[in-house]
Design a protein. Structure first.
Length: 235
């Protein structure tokens, strides 16, 4: 139905019949309500939900919505290839029951800071895969508890297990190379030092030998000079 300005409006028509004292229908009461804005809001919400669904279902990262106490309200389909679980299997569970016990305390503290300070700090923790292996995840949380369309804390999480393993391997290789380099340098220095010591020792030995030879020669010459001449024999 168009308005006075010619704009199309959506109307909701309700009617109620009423009867007279004899029970016969005496008339109708009709109520017409303009629901144009309501319908526009409804369509916008449907569009937003459809967009959100497309984004979450096509994302490689895991998108989760949790209540203030950590209870899972929503998990995106990425959970299947990241953790091996169907999203419906985890809804209603508490996320802290799934995290490695050594990481629970830090995860709880970071979760609390996201809620209290509305911070977007990353949270790193280990969580068990369906195959029993522990995977390392990094999550970034956003407090949307006050948003009536969400009413929870939204987390965007990704598996960083392979990245952590590569980083650890590079660090180990670097330390090993540094240790080997230091050992080689020390060995080389010791070898040069020992070579220098041997050369110095040989030089000292040769010097002592020459000194001993010269001393011997001088002593012999002195003896020859000092020896008396034998007197001629008389005939």
């Amino acid at each position: 139905m168009p308005s006075a300005e010619g704009e199309p409006r959506q109307m909701l028509f309700n009617k109620v019949s009423f009867v007279d004292q004899e029970g016969s229908i005496a008339g109708l009461i009709g109520v017409i309500t303009d629901v144009t804005r309501y319908k526009e809001t409804e369509r916008a919400l449907e569009t937003s939900e459809a967009r959100f669904r497309v984004l979450t279902e096509s994302s490689l990262d895991l998108i989760s919505v949790m209540e203030e106490d950590g209870k899972i309200r929503y998990q995106s389909p990425a959970l299947r290839h990241l953790m091996g679980f169907d999203p419906a299997e985890t809804v209603g569970k508490n996320v802290f029951d799934m995290i490695h016990r050594d990481d629970v305390e830090n995860a709880r503290a970071a979760f609390g800071r996201v809620i209290e300070r509305r911070s977007n700090e990353p949270i790193e923790f280990r969580i068990r895969h369906r195959d029993g292996m522990w995977r390392t995840f990094e999550s970034l949380g956003t407090n949307c508890l006050a948003n009536p369309h969400i009413g929870g804390v939204v987390f965007n999480s990704r598996d960083i297990t392979d990245r952590k393993m590569i980083s650890s391997s590079i660090s180990t290789t670097s330390r090993t190379s540094t240790t080997r380099s230091g050992t080689t340098s020390a060995t080389s220095c010791c070898a040069r030092f020992r070579g220098g010591c041997r050369n110095a020792s040989a030089s000292k030995t040769r010097s002592r030998a020459r000194a001993a030879t010269n001393s011997s020669c001088s002593s012999t010459a002195s003896t020859r000079v000092a020896a008396p001449r034998s007197s001629p024999r008389k005939c």
